[in-house]
Design a protein around this ligand. Structure first.
Ligand SMILES: [Zn+2]
Length: 121
């Protein structure tokens, strides 16, 4: 199963309570070691949720991995979602090598450096 399918299969929107939902976005990434990590989003009130990318990255960190070879996020209606600015910055701050991460977008794959062209540290 490819990364897109892994992410798409995760994206199952589930209402928890009072507008809190999880799974509207699924993410799958593969690290330089070849391991695949997955995560889903959490949309909570007051901005305390997290992106699917952050959830997948946290699983990667549990395994002491920091370099992402390729990443994709997919919504529950099957559309590829570009990583938000916070997730782009997070990948960069984990490892400078992640500037070469392949980010799968709707109609092309780009390197993170193309989405985050002016690193500040
Ligand atoms: Zn994000």
């Amino acid at each position: 199963m490819n990364l897109f399918d892994r992410a798409k299969n995760l994206a199952k929107r589930t209402q928890l309570r009072n507008g809190i939902e999880t799974g509207s976005i699924g993410c799958a990434l593969v690290t330089e070691s070849g391991k695949v990590y997955i995560g889903v989003s959490l949309n909570a009130k007051c901005g305390i949720g997290f992106c699917a990318e952050q959830a997948a990255i946290s699983q990667m960190l549990v395994n002491q991995e920091f370099v992402i070879r390729q990443i994709v996020a997919v919504s529950d209606d099957g559309h590829i979602i570009s990583p938000c600015g916070k997730c782009r910055e997070l990948m960069y701050q984990l490892s400078e090598k992640n500037m070469d991460t392949e980010v799968i977008l709707h109609n092309k794959t780009v390197r993170l450096r193309e989405l985050l062209p002016s690193p500040w540290m």
